[in-house]
Ligand binder design. Sequence first.
Ligand SMILES: *Cc1c(COP(=O)(O)O)cnc(C)c1O
Length: 387
Amino acid sequence: MAFDLADRIKVLPPYLFAELDRKKQEKIDQGVDVIDLGVGDPDLPTPEPVVEALKRAAERPENHRYPSYVGMRSFREAVAGWYKRRFDITLDPDREVIALIGSKEGIAHFPLAFVNPGDVVLCPDPAYPVYRIGTIFAGGEPYTVPLKEENDFLPDLGSIPQEVVERAKIIWINYPNNPTSADATEDFYRDLIRWAKKHNIIVASDNAYSEIYTGERRPLSILQVDGAREVAIEFHSLSKTFNMTGWRIGMAVGNEDLVRALGKVKTNIDSGQFNAVQEAGIVALNLPESELDKLRAVYRERRKVMTEALKSAGLSPVESDVTFYVWTRVPDGYTSAEFVGRILDEAGVVCTPGAGFGEAGEGYFRISLTVPTERLIEAAKRIENLR
Ligand SMILES: *Cc1c(COP(=O)(O)O)cnc(C)c1O
């Protein structure tokens, strides 16, 4: 029998890292001590009190039944409490907060609530691939908005053709940004909100990295900006903040109509996250800020080590103090895939070619700072010796 795949699967972009994966495996088979700086998945453990809370909650039979679709009230209250402390935003836990099975789940499902065939969704490039794929799965048309270095990796809204703007339902943004390590200013958010209101476009903001900063200036939530609650939904996650990528717990907050519509989709697809994971999430959201300061100190040191090594090797990493990524231009005469191949050959270090995040990522590569610091120092030494 031959099963014909659906068009939505056939049109997915090819897996760009297949060649890199093959090459990495070849090196490992040759006995090379390969250091993988490709994946953005924190190496640090989930804080102990969170793990303990899961153990306790897992033992309680009332948690063994179906959870609430929108998340436990106590989890939604903890999210609202965290937003209040961190951003000084007041959220109604009943109307403006919903629990997610990781933010990826919410990001992928959100377009199902608003996108009809022929509708456009504005997707940044380079970017986390889920904005685009969620659009395609909903039958929408992704329209690529390039993030250029000369615009500080912010979308140039004025460059989007009028007829595209008219058909657009949603614009995705993500600051602090994966992969470019750029952050957005309050002015940017203000202009974006004004523009979105004028054109009746939903602003979907992915704020997964808001706590991964190492400078004085703390990243914003779009909801801190006047008028945001009329047009915006923000996706957030415990994954990066509390080293909980494996736990699959996140949240969407903001405009109540947008939150409710996402809930409607989810009610018909999933049955919520395990209550015990939500109870552990409550403990995470209430951890003292000193816990996060420790995390930030680790990333601060790692970024310094890697940035200096790249500079010694004659490369120019983008200056940043947010996210755990270092985004660097490849030297003239190389594609991003070629240069990443060279780093693997000569240094045994895996990086991600920028083209893997979209066309506008070509010309750059991404290093993730999520390996133990002594391994990162070793990788940095090898990169420094690239000639
Ligand atoms: C890691 C990441 C997320 C978070 O994903 P979860 O599903 O919450 O683990 C969301 N957006 C971006 C851009 C990311 O890099």
